[in-house]
Ligand binder design. Structure first.
Ligand code: PLP
Length: 365
């Protein structure tokens, strides 16, 4: 049986009519840049997350970039972040001329370990950038406490965590900014690139709205140099349709996660640990195994889709050699990079498919 890692065609066929209709409607009205669907989706997202403002941008990467820029991050500054994330988390810090300062992760949640932060704070530190990896929030209370104590900004990378909750608060609403990605494979994905920033600060929201249109306000008046980073009208229209289904899809993901959890309990497989105070949305269902590469081979032989997020921690990436980290500096992230493998978890995964995945894995590990 061929079990794809992700099959977006299943989602499309379930809501095809609605999606086709909304896309054709944008094609007909032709307001492709900053059309009415953008504002409409921003309002829906603000309401969904429980934030005052939402600003559509061109990608999750740009959501992070523009947020850090709005925090005033620039050359000479430092931003503290996790060593275990997608590259964009660190890349945006570097692109602003600042230096990423990597800390190790909690072995249970794979998220930034709050106990590792304070010793890395210097006079150059401007912000903390926690990531809610795989769909589970980082431990935000101690992070916010440190940020308040040291007067630092907090930008949440919630690209994988739309709808996740930490102590009843939605991902993205706890820091100064929350950043989302609508990359097609994310839990809420569009038909290309897209992103969003949420904030409760009216001034910051205004600044972000300027930054996404080259720093202009009003048009052709530039008090700052910004970016070309808007969410396309057509993407906003698609996202408004899909947002209605998101919570239902998340419930399905959680059911699949529970099925895996039960199946893998009492084995050598390390299963995801959802903290009591968290609501995990399972963007990924990621297990840890000793002989990961052998398991990957067997999965491949059996045509079971899977992937490794992430095989190289950020502090050991070649482009950061000049930062002088070495193997052994952040041991938990380094060990996890060798153990983890993510399994199919999309809402449309069938029982038959999931049972096959479980059977093969239990036979192998
Ligand atoms: C996907 C992702 C991003 C980047 O989002 P894009 O929309 O692809 O630019 C950033 N951080 C994390 C953790 C992600 O998973």
């Amino acid at each position: 049986m061929n079990v794809p890692f992700l099959d977006l065609k299943r989602q499309y066929s379930a809501i095809k009519e609605e999606l086709d209709q909304t896309v054709f409607s944008v094609l007909s009205h032709t307001r492709f840049i900053m059309g009415p669907e953008v504002k409409d989706f921003e309002e829906k997202m603000a309401q969904y997350c429980g934030s005052k403002f939402a600003i559509g941008v061109a990608s999750g990467t740009d959501a992070l970039l523009l947020s850090l820029r709005a925090c005033g991050v620039g050359p000479g500054d430092e931003v503290i972040t996790t060593a275990f994330s997608f590259f964009a988390t660190a890349g945006v810090i570097s692109r602003l001329g600042a230096t990423p300062v990597f800390v190790d992760i909690d072995p249970e949640t794979y998220n930034m370990d709050p106990n590792q932060i304070e010793k890395r704070i210097t006079t150059k530190t401007k912000a903390i950038l926690p990531v809610h990896l795989y769909g589970q929030c980082a431990d935000m209370d101690p992070i916010m406490e440190l940020a308040n104590k040291h007067n630092l900004k907090v930008v949440e990378d919630a690209a994988q965590a739309i709808g996740a909750k930490y102590k009843e608060k939605k991902a993205g609403t706890m820091g100064d900014f929350g950043c989302f990605s609508f990359f097609p494979s994310k839990n809420l994905g569009c038909a290309g690139d897209g992103g969003m920033v949420i904030t409760n600060d009216a001034e910051m929201a205004e600044l972000l709205r300027m930054l996404r249109v080259h720093g202009a306000k009003p048009k052709y008046h530039h008090s700052m140099v910004g970016y070309n980073s808007r969410l396309d009208t057509i993407q906003a229209a698609i996202l408004s349709v899909k947002l209605k289904y998101l919570d239902k899809w998340t419930e399905k993901r959680r059911e699949h996660a529970e099925t895996y959890n039960v199946a893998f309990k009492d084995s050598d497989i390390i299963i995801p640990k959802e903290k009591d105070f968290n609501y995990h949305i399972y963007h990924q269902y990621t297990i840890g195994v000793k002989n990961r590469d052998k398991l990957r081979e067997v999965l491949k032989e059996n045509q079971i889709g899977h992937d490794v997020y992430y095989p190289i921690p950020l502090h050991l990436q070649e482009c950061y050699r000049s930062l002088k980290y070495k193997k052994g500096d952040l041991p938990v992230a380094e060990r996890k990079a060798e153990e983890v493998v993510s399994l199919p978890i999309y809402p449309e995964l069938t029982e038959e498919e999931q049972n096959f995945v479980i059977e093969i894995i239990k036979k192998t590990v």
